[in-house]
Design a protein around this ligand. Structure first.
Ligand code: FES
Length: 84
């Protein structure tokens, strides 16, 4: 986990952290489209993932994305921890 890239999202009062790349062809999800509780891949194939549990909501993703529990370490620092 240490040194891995994750995306950190703050939505409806909760933080979630999840994998950086789409599981289809590896598009960077940081350039994707964030909806309520989901992120859509920026590339035209359109895979969609749940940002809280990582499940695929729309194909063609090949697998879910990893999700992490976010813990507050200091007043300015958050650390993702593996939950899935
Ligand atoms: S690379 Fe994300 S859906 Fe194809």
């Amino acid at each position: 986990m240490q040194g891995s890239k994750v995306l950190l999202v703050h939505q409806t009062g909760k933080f979630s952290a999840f994998g950086y790349k789409c599981t289809h062809y590896g598009a960077p999800l940081v350039k994707g489209y964030l909806g309520e509780g989901r992120v859509r891949c920026p590339w035209r194939h359109g895979a969609c993932f749940n940002v809280l549990i990582g499940d695929i909501e729309e194909f063609p993703g090949l697998d879910g994305i990893p999700c992490f529990q976010v813990c507050r370490v200091t007043s300015r620092r958050y650390t993702p921890m593996v939950i899935k």
